[in-house]
Design a binder for this molecule. Structure first.
Ligand SMILES: [Zn+2]
Ligand SMILES: [Zn+2]
Length: 337
């Protein structure tokens, strides 16, 4: 099979021929149809994650067909279309797992494309627990980004504590944010998109935003306050200052939910947090059932990722395009054949 691998931290993405992997007990082999290229793949490329064994095939936004089922890998059957996202598995018996906090597994937390080879390849093998089933009326290409960008925004919003009708802000309308705005408005939130520049307003409204705040032309916190204060703002940007700039716009008991990953620390004033009982909270993407819920919700409510599509042969170009930040809005590899 053809696969794209990284041989060492900081190395190039190499297209190589490999043997088609065999699924072990509890594992499933998937013939990959599409795989999203996510900014988090850069942790493999640059060696930013502890303990990665190289060579490694990245890719954690995978859609394909079940092709072989290992011993006891329930409930999957060959021919089923499935997705594999960031959460690649957990032990099931450590204390956090026993409390249902699978993202915090202490014994065997697996990340697709990091702990084991991912979807930048014609075939991959994954633990059966990592699989989500894909609705028939979603194409593989349009489903792929929902396995990371989608589930992260969907799951953060549905666990945010906001209720239908509440004012919910989505900070940023890029790869994550363009999905976040759609999910927020389809979930019935009074949705306000916050981004830099007047030019994104029409687009944000087309995605379903009821209001738009240009954070370049005005103080986003003051504008949110004018609208009554936001119950929740989902921060999808990678700029720490842009995140903290909206804190003053939260309603009492409001929360800033961080899902974008700035490299610099967030600096937060304590007094407004105390007086407003505000929270700054992170959110992990989700497990396979969360991804399955994301796919189903997207199919029934018309949420769509906007994608630039590249064949696997042009993987380096696809990766560079994603890293440039200029892609509109997600980059997806197709395996062809
Ligand atoms: Zn991702
Ligand atoms: Zn565990």
């Amino acid at each position: 099979m053809k696969a794209a691998q990284i041989s060492k931290p900081g190395g190039a993405i190499e297209l190589v021929e490999r043997d088609i992997p065999e699924p072990g007990p509890g594992q499933v082999r998937v013939k990959v149809e599409a795989c999203g290229v996510c900014h988090s793949d850069s942790v493999v490329k640059e060696g930013l994650f502890p303990g990665i064994q190289y060579p490694r095939v990245p890719g954690h936004e995978v859609i394909g067909l079940v092709d072989a089922v290992g011993e006891g890998a329930k409930p999957w059957k060959t021919g089923q279309r499935v997705g594999i996202g960031w959460h690649g598995g957990n032990c099931g018996y450590c204390d956090p797992c026993r409390r249902g906090n699978f993202f915090a597994c202490q014994i065997n937390l697996l990340t697709t494309g990091i702990s084991f080879d991912g979807g930048y390849a014609e075939y991959m093998v994954a633990p059966s627990i990592a699989l989500a089933s894909v609705p028939e009326n979603l194409s593989s290409v349009e489903s792929a980004p929902l396995m990371c960008a989608g589930v992260t925004t969907f799951n953060a919003l549905r666990n945010s504590g906001a209720r239908p009708g509440d004012l919910v802000g989505v900070l940023g309308v890029g790869g994550l944010g363009h999905l976040g705005v759609q999910f927020a408005s389809k979930m019935g939130f009074n949705t306000v998109a916050i981004a830099r520049g007047k030019d994104k307003e029409a687009f944000a409204k087309k995605l379903g935003a009821h209001q738009y705040i240009d954070s370049q032309a005005s103080d986003p916190a003051a504008e949110l306050k004018k609208l009554g204060g936001a119950k929740v703002v989902i921060a999808t940007v990678t700029n720490a200052d842009a995140m903290t700039a909206v804190l003053g716009g939260l309603a009492p008991n409001g929360a800033l939910m961080v899902i974008g990953a700035p490299t610099s620390p967030l600096s937060v004033e304590a007094i407004p947090l105390i007086l407003g009982q505000l929270a700054v909270k992170g959110w992990y993407s989700g497990t396979s059932i969360d991804s399955q819920d994301t796919l189903k919700f997207s199919a029934s409510n018309g949420v769509q990722s906007m994608n630039e599509i590249f064949p696997l042969d042009r993987v380096s170009e696809a990766y560079d395009r994603m890293m440039s930040g200029k892609a509109r809005f997600r980059v997806v590899l197709t395996m062809g054949g």
